[in-house]
Design a protein. Structure first.
Length: 265
């Protein structure tokens, strides 16, 4: 269908046959989930997540380089809105239980049964659809927005920016849809978030760019600029240098990789 809702999925599993089998089963259940990326360890999984911004991550627990628990911990910190499903062997149940601390609500045993996967994906689709509807209502529905407190409005704008930071964000349009003028909305956001919306958006984009510059060496500066929402590479470099004091290229060459762990993206 032309208007069919698609939810993006990244699958992380170290055994290639199982990885491909999971992807095939997700496709076969036909619930609107599309596997946009596959990885065989947590490190590569994170790189795909940074690049593809999925709605759902399905991961094994025991993997080389970075295991599933370590990856989930990072995902929960950087992208708390991403849903997570753990798939693991019975012997790893204790390991998987630890993942519950990082907002993992679903645990499936290997070998993966398509009936169990279908049930979980139905639940996830229901949650994701409701979140999308709520976000749309919060930003677009002007009648309902009148009933929200200033703090709730600030939180909704923050959520909208986090979900859409890599797209073209028009603050005047957002303010109009909330039935406020942009000056008032900026004051409300600044009061509760500690900085104005544009600075918040810029900080979010630059922090994301910092991470990608260090951890994704195969991506060009231009590609990273596009990923974080700057289609003009010259403007991206100017903004980045204004925040960090360095051009993206200089930042990449002068920064050690282990420094990237400090960025809360």
């Amino acid at each position: 269908m032309k208007d069919k809702i698609i939810f993006k999925v990244v699958v992380v599993e170290d055994e290639e046959l199982i990885l491909n089998n999971i992807a095939k089963k997700i496709h076969n259940v036909n619930l609107g989930f599309e596997v946009v990326g596959k990885a065989q360890d947590g490190k590569n999984g994170l790189e795909l997540i940074d690049k593809l911004s999925p709605d759902l991550v399905i991961t094994d627990m025991k993997m080389p380089i970075m295991n599933g628990l370590e990856m989930i911990k990072v995902i929960n910190s950087r992208y708390p809105h991403i849903k997570k499903i753990v798939i693991s062997g019975f012997d790893d149940f204790g390991f998987a239980q630890q993942a519950m601390k990082y907002d993992v609500k679903d645990y499936l045993l290997k070998p993966l049964k398509i009936s169990e996967l279908t049930d979980v994906l139905i639940q996830k689709r229901f949650v994701l659809e409701n979140e999308r509807k709520l976000l749309k209502q919060n930003v677009i529905n002007t009648k309902k927005s009148k009933d929200h407190s200033p703090e709730q409005v600030a939180k909704m704008v923050e959520l909208y920016i986090k979900e859409n930071f890599n797209s073209d964000i028009n603050f005047d349009l957002i303010a109009h849809n909330f039935n406020f003028n942009s000056s008032y909305l900026s004051k409300v956001f600044t009061k509760y978030m500690g900085e104005n919306p544009l600075r918040y958006l810029t900080t979010l984009r630059v922090n994301k760019a910092k991470y990608l510059l260090i951890n994704n060496k195969e991506l060009s500066v231009k590609e990273i600029g596009e990923i974080v929402g700057y289609l003009d590479p010259f403007y991206f470099s100017r903004v980045f240098k204004g925040v960090t004091g360095k051009s993206p290229a200089n930042y990449r060459s002068n920064t050690q990789q282990n420094d990237s762990s400090t960025y809360n993206i």
